[in-house]
Ligand binder design. Structure first.
Ligand SMILES: *Cc1c(COP(=O)(O)O)cnc(C)c1O
Length: 400
């Protein structure tokens, strides 16, 4: 191995994609340099868990998308949520959360955080009076919501929630995974912190697991910001260079992919509403969705890449549909380049009690779609052929 860094030069021209630096540790010429890197007087890296170029490059890309003043890459979306909540909350403090959160977030907050002595209250985030009552009933440190909920796509009124939180000195944290910064920048409408699962639309190709947390405030002034940033290394949540590199690459097409997915979602929602065997179509872009108007305002007349449909015939009908539609894979995630589906009762919401699922309106016949950016003609031909196979496969529908 060459003994110095000279082997890593490329003359006057430079590579148009960022280099991938998988090194776990860096060789430092002397103690004075070491001290000055630790003191952040000289730019540089020492140990990759504390920071590495691919994470910093990616964090800067997303900071710009989110208009964040600071941001950190974490090993997953859940790691981002853990690091921010562990950095912000102390035993005896309260967090108020939406009662329609991603299943694991809900378990983390009402299970693990409670075990550590942190109090939690769940509230219907779409009922602003109920949120106001929860905020004023007892002191709270954090209000936590998702921009768009899973799977019924309820939209949170972020500007109003931010206003209410700020008036009481509460920090609003927004999980923006379903919207992505293409549709919504929570920090610009008053949130203190935004988190994203990069595993979904930002990575965009279902080939990596990473998260991001970023926000307002100044790392070097506010102790809670510094605790979150330092927490990434302390809690061991660093993302690995290769996945950071892949996400940086995915971001090059984020706007195109999400714009196409939103167009496809509207087309598919309207098409599904005309099909036999459909009980209801749930999409904010349709006038019968409870948040149609709010979504239009908040997302500048785009309505998101996610939709749900309820089939007549419950779980059995879903099984028939899945077997008739191998081209729309049952893949319990979202944000892939091609359209995928999930069955909330069996996947994201499997740990909820039947009563809790009923409260949320999640029934056994509900299928959720994450739209991809395939051409409209390809999308519709897949669904048209699959729907015919589905109807034919239903017992008693088309006797031979
Ligand atoms: C997937 C997801 C998460 C968790 O992200 P991971 O990268 O899987 O850890 C959090 N929130 C929402 C809304 C998600 O969809």
């Amino acid at each position: 191995m060459p003994g110095n860094k000279a082997w890593f030069t490329w003359g006057p021209a430079w590579p148009v994609s960022p280099p991938l630096v998988p090194a776990a540790v860096y060789a430092i010429p002397d103690l004075d340099t070491l001290e000055s890197i630790y003191a952040a007087e000289t730019p540089g890296y020492i140990y990759a868990r504390d920071g590495h170029p691919n994470a910093d490059y990616l964090a800067e890309q997303i900071n710009e998308l989110e208009q964040a003043r600071w941001g950190m890459i974490t090993a997953s979306g859940m790691a981002a949520i853990s690091v921010v909540l562990l950095g912000l909350l102390a035993p005896g403090e309260r967090i108020i959360v939406s009662d329609r959160l991603y299943g694991k977030t809900s378990r983390l907050i009402h299970g693990e955080l409670r075990r550590l002595g942190i109090l939690s209250t769940a509230v219907d985030i779409c009922d602003l009076d109920a949120v106001e009552r929860a905020l004023t009933a007892a002191p709270a440190r954090v209000l936590f919501t998702e921009t768009i909920s899973n799977p019924l796509c309820r939209v949170a009124n972020l500007p109003r929630l931010a206003e209410m939180a700020r008036a009481l000195g509460v920090l609003l944290i927004v999980d923006n995974t379903f919207a992505s910064p293409v549709l919504c920048r929570p920090l610009q409408v008053g949130a203190a912190v935004v988190v994203e699962s990069l595993t979904k639309f930002l990575g965009g190709h279902s080939d990596l697991t990473l998260g991001y947390v970023g926000g307002q405030g100044n790392r070097f002034v506010e102790p809670w910001v510094e605790r979150i940033c330092a927490g990434v290394s302390l809690w061991g949540s660093t993302g690995n260079p290769w996945e950071c590199w892949l996400t940086s690459r995915g971001l090059e097409t984020l706007e195109l992919r999400v714009a196409a997915a939103c167009r496809n979602a509207q087309i598919l929602a309207d098409w599904l509403a005309r099909q036999t065997g459909v009980l209801q179509v749930v999409y904010p872009g349709r006038a019968d969705h409870p948040d149609h108007h709010l979504a239009g305002q908040l997302f500048a007349h785009r309505y998101g890449p996610m939709l749900a449909v309820e089939l007549e015939g419950g779980r059995d009908a879903v099984n028939h549909w899945l077997r008739a539609n191998p081209e729309i894979p049952l893949a319990p995630s979202l944000g892939h380049t091609r359209t995928t589906c999930s069955h909330p009762t069996s996947t994201s919401h499997r740990n909820d009690s039947p009563a809790d699922r009923q409260r949320q309106g999640i029934r056994d016949g509900l299928l959720r779609f994450s739209l991809g950016c395939e051409p409209e003609s390809e999308l519709l031909s897949k669904f048209e052929a699959g729907w015919l196979r589905f109807l034919k496969s239903l017992p008693g529908q088309y006797p031979e």
